[in-house]
Ligand binder design. Structure first.
Ligand code: CA
Length: 224
């Protein structure tokens, strides 16, 4: 299977150049031209690696990184024109895996991408999320409930992964909406629909959920 790389970069010529280089190496490239879209595409498509430009029109790359780290351990390589040691360390502290200073050669980029993907491969066995009767394996995107495999849409998968990551704790509607859709507006209804669909698939009785509980006015909690 082709590895998927998400490219979050607003400058079209750079995006095009990177995309051509990555595709020539056999990767599938997903593109986003804003931070908001990047978070959204990441939550929906669960790429194998993210290339993140720091200077985006709608938000700072640092903020995008923080949002990504709320729901994914995907390797993130930051692309930036700033080369100061301080900002580099700060980004690595915030969960970036690597850092490339512009301008960089395609060869340099591809080498870093290979390293990033290798890291992800070696940590995949640890990234299985398990709680109570639920087992979610991001490496092959499978979910088992009480030992039975079930099929989730990418959005349902992303919601369940987020709830599992914070199992036992309440995840606010805002965080869920932001990480799944990258927006705070008008998605409360969609979230409720997805949660209901997810309940039909994982609960013994969707009418009397015992796994995904409502925290009225706040959000949802995985009770395990
Ligand atoms: Ca930029």
């Amino acid at each position: 299977m082709k590895e998927k790389i998400l490219l979050i970069e607003d400058e079209k010529p750079i995006r095009k150049m990177l995309s051509i280089n990555l595709e020539s190496e056999g990767y599938t490239v997903l593109e986003a031209d804003s931070g908001k879209e990047g978070v959204q595409v990441c939550a929906r498509n669960l790429p194998d690696l993210v290339l993140l430009d720091l200077m985006l029109p709608d938000m700072q790359g640092q903020e995008v990184l923080r949002m990504l780290r709320e729901f994914t351990v995907v390797p993130v390589i930051v692309l930036s024109a700033v080369s100061s040691e301080k900002s580099k360390i700060e980004l690595l502290d915030r969960g970036a895996d690597d850092y490339l200073t512009k301008p960089f050669s395609p060869g340099e980029l591809l080498a870093r991408v290979r390293v990033g993907l290798r890291h992800a491969q070696s940590s995949k066995t640890e990234s299985v999320l398990e709680a109570g009767p639920i087992r979610l394996d991001p490496s092959d995107r499978t979910v088992q409930i009480r030992g039975n495999q079930i099929h989730l849409t990418p959005t349902e998968f992303a919601i369940l992964a987020l709830l599992l990551q914070y199992a036992g704790k309440t995840v606010t509607r805002e965080i869920l909406i932001q990480t799944i859709w990258g927006s705070n507006e008008n998605e409360t209804g969609s979230l409720r629909v997805h949660i209901n669909q997810l309940r039909k698939k994982i609960e013994t009785s969707a009418a009397m959920p015992e796994l995904i509980l409502n925290e009225p006015g706040v959000g949802y909690r995985l009770a395990v």
